[in-house]
Design a protein around this ligand. Structure first.
Ligand SMILES: *Cc1c(COP(=O)(O)O)cnc(C)c1O
Length: 384
C-alpha cells in the first residue's frame, strides 16, 4: 500500500524556517518588530485602508471583535448553524446568545432568506461564515444589517483570499473581519489570526484588550517623562497577542498566498472534472462576482453511507474529514438552546452525507488522482 495521504498538511518552506531561526537568535521572541511588520504587510496585501491587528487565534479575534463592538450580556448574535464551535462560543464568552440560522443547500452558507425571521429586539450583530472559502451573499446581509441596525463581524477563517464583487474579503463594509492561521487553513502561523477593520475606535479597543487592557496610547503619551516600567491598565483585558516566532512564519506565508490560491483553484477544477460522473453533488461553483478561497473541497455522497465511505477511504490510505457537525447536534448547543434537527432541516440533511476531500498545496496531481481512483472504486462497489 502507498503511504497514507493525510487530509491536510501545511506548506512551509525554507524562508519561514530561516526567519524563525533568525527570530529565535535575535533575543526577541514575543510580540515585537516581526509582528508589526506582519500586520503592516497584511494590511497592505488586503488594501482598502484597513488596519490589521494580529492575535494568537481567530477565536481570540472573534472574541475581541464582538467585545469592541459592545456585545454584552443578554444580547443576541445571529450566525450559521453550520460552522465550527468557535464562531458561537465567543458570543457566550460575553454573556450573549448565539441565534442559529439554517443554510442554503447549494452554497452551505447561511440562508439569507431565513435571517430576518430570527431577528428580535435583542439582536445586535451577525457573524457570516464563508464556508470553505465561498463568500456569503453579503449584499443581502448588508441590507438586513442596515435595516435592523446590526453590526457585522465576518468569520473569514476559510476565506483568505476570497473576493466578493472583485473586492477581497476583509475590505468589504463589515465592521470587522477575522482570519485564521490555524495549521490547516490556507496560510498558517502554527496558531494565529488577524483582525481587520477600518474603524479606528474599534481597532483601538481591540489593541487595548488584546494585551491585558493596557492602554498603549495613554502609555505612549505619558511615557516621555515616566520610567520605562510604567503602564496603565484601563480594563480587564486578555492575553491574545501573536508572537514574533509565529509572525516569522506569517510574513513568508503571506507572500505565497496568491500562488497558493491559484494552485488550490486548479486542484478544485481537477477534482470537478474527475468526479463529475460519480454519484456525488460537487461543491457550488462560484459565480463571476466571486473568487473562492478553496480552503475546503466538500462533496455530498448521493447514495452511499458517509461514515462507511470515510472508513473505506482510510483503508485505501486517504484521509478525509467532515465539515461540519452542525452546532445543533453538539451537546452543549443542543441542550443550552433546546435545538433540534427539525429546526435546521438543511444543515441536518447536508451533514448526513457530506465529506471533505484532501486539498492542499503540497499535494501533487497524482495524489489527487489517488483520491479520485479510491473514490471511483468505493462508489462503484457501493452501487453494485
Ligand atoms: C478554524 C476556524 C475558526 C477558529 O480559528 P482558530 O484560529 O483555530 O481559532 C473559526 N471559525 C471557523 C469557521 C473555522 O473554521
Amino acid at each position: 500500500m502507498n503511504d497514507f495521504l493525510p487530509f491536510a498538511l501545511p506548506d512551509i518552506g525554507d524562508e519561514e524556517i530561516d526567519e524563525v531561526i533568525s527570530t529565535l537568535k535575535s533575543g526577541w521572541v514575543t510580540t515585537g518588530p516581526v509582528t508589526k511588520k506582519f500586520e503592516s504587510n497584511f494590511a497592505s496585501y488586503l488594501g482598502g485602508g484597513v488596519e490589521a491587528i494580529s492575535v494568537n487565534s481567530a477565536t481570540a479575534g472573534l472574541h475581541l471583535a464582538l467585545e469592541a463592538l459592545g456585545i454584552g450580556p443578554g444580547d443576541e448574535v445571529l450566525t450559521t448553524v453550520y460552522t465550527f464551535t468557535a464562531t458561537a462560543e465567543v458570543v457566550r464568552y460575553l454573556g450573549a446568545h448565539p441565534v442559529f440560522v439554517d443554510i442554503d443547500p447549494k452554497t452551505l452558507n447561511i440562508d439569507v432568506t431565513k435571517i430576518e425571521e430570527r431577528v428580535t429586539k435583542r439582536t445586535k450583530a451577525i457573524i457570516p461564515v464563508h464556508f470553505a472559502g465561498l463568500p456569503c451573499n453579503m449584499d443581502a446581509i448588508f441590507s438586513i444589517a442596515k435595516k435592523h441596525n446590526l453590526k457585522i463581524v465576518e468569520d473569514a477563517a476559510h476565506a483568505l483570499p476570497a473576493r466578493y464583487n472583485g473586492q477581497l474579503i476583509g475590505t468589504l463594509a463589515s465592521d470587522v473581519t477575522v482570519f485564521s492561521f490555524y495549521a490547516t487553513k490556507t496560510m498558517t502561523t502554527g496558531e494565529g489570526g488577524m483582525i481587520v477593520t477600518r474603524d479606528a475606535m474599534v481597532a483601538q479597543r481591540i489593541k487595548t484588550m488584546r494585551l491585558h487592557g493596557i492602554n498603549r496610547d495613554a502609555f505612549d503619551r505619558y511615557t516621555s517623562n515616566k520610567p520605562s516600567w510604567f503602564y496603565e491598565v484601563v480594563a480587564p483585558g486578555f492575553k491574545y497577542n501573536l508572537t514574533d516566532i509565529a509572525s516569522s512564519i506569517g510574513i513568508h506565508q503571506l507572500t505565497k498566498l496568491e500562488n497558493f490560491r491559484e494552485k488550490r483553484a486548479k486542484m478544485a477544477l481537477l477534482y470537478d472534472e474527475n468526479l463529475k460522473k460519480m454519484p456525488l453533488t460537487l461543491p457550488a461553483k462560484p459565480n463571476d462576482n466571486l473568487a473562492h478561497a478553496w480552503h475546503l473541497y466538500t462533496v455530498r455522497l448521493n447514495n452511499m453511507d458517509r461514515d462507511q465511505f470515510v472508513v473505506k477511504m482510510a483503508e485505501k490510505g486517504v484521509g478525509t474529514s467532515v465539515h461540519f457537525i452542525p452546532l445543533h447536534l453538539q451537546p452543549y448547543w443542543r441542550d443550552t438552546y433546546k435545538l433540534s434537527s427539525q429546526m435546521f432541516p438543511v444543515a441536518s440533511e447536508v451533514f448526513s452525507n457530506v465529506v471533505s476531500l484532501p486539498l492542499y498545496t503540497r499535494m501533487s496531481s497524482s495524489d489527487q488522482m489517488r483520491v479520485v481512483d479510491a473514490m471511483s472504486e468505493i462508489l462503484r462497489k457501493s452501487c453494485g
